[in-house]
Each structure stands twice: as C-alpha cells, then as structure tokens.
Design a binder for this molecule. Structure first.
Ligand code: ZN
Ligand code: ZN
Length: 385
C-alpha cells in the first residue's frame, strides 16, 4: 500500500457504511453484505469491485479487532502508516498479494467458516454428482438363455457434454460462486435461537452458478444421446439375471462418475421344457400299451434327438434322467440334466372292438398286474391284521 493511496483512503466506518459506535454484530453484518456484493468470484474481471472488496475487507479487519479499532479511532489511517514492523499491525491485511484465493480463504476461514468456497474444501454441497443407474429389460427366447446370445440394445441416456467437458460453462469460462448463498449451497434462516439451513434455491445446493453457459448443453453439463450396447448374454442365464455394465448408465453431473447399466433378463417360456435351475423338465405322454409292453422312444432335446428306453410296466409319473442334457452351468463347466416324466394316457374314444379287447384283458388281469393297487391293498391288509 503506497503513501499516496493512504491519503485518499476512505474512512473505514464509511467504507462499511456503519456508525462510529457500531457493535461487533453490526460490523459483521455490514461487512458480510458488502463482501458478498463485491466478492471477486461473482465479479470476475471487475477491478472496481475488486478494489471495493479489498477496501471493505481491510476496514473490517481493523474494526473487528478491538485494539486496532481503538488505534484507528484515535489516529485514523495514520495508525497503520509506515512499515508493518513499526505499527505491528501490518500495512494491509492483504499485503500485496490480493488475488490469491488461498490467502483469502485463510482470512475468511475463521470469520465465516464455510461461507466462501475459497479453497474448494469448505464443505458446501458438491455440484459433482454421480450419474443415475439405468435399467434395461431384455426379453430372451428360452434357447437364447440356455445357450447364450449377443444382443444389441439401444439406450437413451445422458452423456457428458464434450464441448465443456462437463463443466457447464462456455469455453474459457468457469462457474462462479453462487450470489445467493455465497457458495455454501445452503441458506440459513434464524428461527428464534435456532438457525435453520435450507438448500439454496438459486444454485440448488451446488454453491456455484454458471454465468456463461456452454452453448451446446446450456449449462446442463450433459446431453441426451442414444447409445448402442452389445449385451453378451452368457449361456445358462435365468429369469431375472442381472448383467451389470459399469459406467454405462447416466453420465454424472459436472463431470461426476457415470452410473451403471443393469440389464435385467426376462426369459420366455418354452412350450415343452421347464427349467428348474440347470435341470430341464418335460412331460412325455405314452400310450397304455407302450407303458405296459415297453418301447423305445425318440425325444427332441434342446440339442438334438435322444432315444429313451421305456421298460415294460412303466408307471405314469416315472422320471427318466438324461444326464448332461440340461442347461449349461453359468460361468462353470458342465450342464444340468434333462428329466423326462412319463405320463401314461388312459385310452379314450375306443371303438367296439378295442373295448372288447380291453374287456377280455381286464378279465384276465390279477392284482399282480396292477402294482400300484396291489401296494394299496397290502397296506389296507396290514391295517386290519
Ligand atoms: Zn456443455
Ligand atoms: Zn446458492
């Protein structure tokens, strides 16, 4: 601070627009108001504002200190003239280094706590936000789930704006501290003894404002775009299997990390096979003579035709297991089994001749010929013996 500057220096009380007997609280309120108004973050490149800011900061620095205020009241600006070693107060609270955000941060740190976002570490709500996760429901055919498939899907999602690299500000411009909340992201309201914090309505809690928005994204930092992803469905997936694509969700706000994409699988039913884990189930209807006399049958599996040997006297409900003819284990070697359940068809719509043959057969049948009813009869006998 040069001697010439001191000569024209405005009275500190005038600078803060307070009376000479202003209380500490009045000084603080007055200073806060002015500091907000002339804060360099909100007046980028405005030298008058910068000077005003320096001026009111210096005035407050002196008047808020009882010793310095007393000296100032007695000697005026002369109290702080000369070398800083002489007065012990220093020529200016800012030395010569105005513009260094770190210095300002240190000074204001005690004063307003997190009021200003000087060093970027005052705890205001971060404007950087992780993008949302996205969900995509993908319907697969039964066989696609069993054998795996590659499917192209198109998703609409927000992507980081390339022109501003997620800052939201026009080229060469930076977001400035919010004028409403001073960068805290919150506004405080006094309610009796309590001070209530509310998210700042102007900046939405981010603490910053974009004065010159990026023309491409209009300050949104992200743009909607359609994106194609090849979903690699591995063999053996099931209904509701979730495939996660890290970072393929919505882009984060202000350059924040992207969310994830979850592809949720819906598997269509098969008209013949049912799944139980990695086993496949199917029902094979056979005729009464086939069941009674035994036969060999061809059955269509998912991977081709297999022969099943039905032995004589096969009962309805009997299951045959075809090992390794089921669904591949997901991310593992091996496969489940195919379980074939026999369902014996009772003959229906018989003609006269067929009925006569059956009647004759019936007359020759003994209890030994019907193993299930024999079992039941034995049990009834046991009950009464
Ligand atoms: Zn942009
Ligand atoms: Zn704000």
């Amino acid at each position: 601070m040069s001697a010439t500057a001191n000569v024209t220096k405005t009275d500190f009380y005038e600078v803060l627009n307070v009376s000479r007997d202003a209380s500490d609280q009045e000084l603080k309120t007055a200073y806060r108001k002015l500091a907000m108004q002339y804060h360099p973050d909100r007046n980028p490149g405005d030298h008058t504002a910068e000077e005003k800011f320096k001026e009111c900061s210096e005035a407050y620095q002196v008047l808020s200190d009882p010793e310095k205020r007393a000296a100032y009241d007695r000697y005026g600006h002369a109290a702080f003239n000369g070398s800083s070693s002489g007065s012990g107060f220093g020529g200016s609270p800012f030395g010569g280094g105005f513009g260094n955000a770190q210095d300002l941060g240190d000074i204001f740190g005690d004063l307003f706590g997190e009021m200003f976002n000087m060093g970027g570490s005052r705890g205001q709500a971060s404007r950087v936000q992780r993008g949302r996760d996205l969900r995509y429901d993908l319907t697969l055919e039964f066989e696609e789930a069993v054998f795996g498939v590659e499917r192209e899907i198109k998703i609409r999602r927000s992507e980081a704006c390339r022109d501003c690299r997620g800052s939201g500000a026009a080229k060469g411009k930076q977001p400035v501290t919010c004028t409403q909340c001073g960068g805290r992201g919150q506004q405080r309201f006094q309610q009796g003894f309590f001070s209530v914090a509310k998210t700042c309505s102007v900046c939405g809690g981010t603490g910053t404002l974009i004065v010159d928005p990026c023309p491409t994204c209009h300050g949104e930092t992200r743009l909607q775009a359609e994106h194609t992803i090849v979903v690699k469905v591995p063999a053996g997936v099931e209904q509701d299997t979730r495939i996660r694509y890290q970072g393929e969700g919505e882009a984060g706000k202000f350059g924040g990390p992207s969310g994830d994409l979850y592809v949720i699988l819906n598997v269509r039913a098969h008209k013949f096979f049912e799944r139980d884990g990695d086993d496949l189930h199917c029902v094979l209807p056979i005729s009464f003579p086939q069941a009674a006399l035994g036969t060999e049958l061809e059955i269509q599996t998912l991977e081709g035709v297999e022969t099943i040997k039905i032995p004589e006297g096969t009962q309805s409900g009997r299951e045959f297991k075809l090992r390794g003819k089921g669904v591949p284990h997901l991310n593992e070697r091996g496969k489940g089994d195919l379980i074939v359940e026999i369902r014996v068809q009772t003959p229906a719509k018989l003609n006269k001749q067929q009925k006569e043959l059956l009647r004759q057969l019936g007359e020759t049948m003994h209890v030994e010929n019907t193993p299930t009813s024999r079992g039941i009869l034995d049990k009834v006998k046991e009950m009464f013996n």
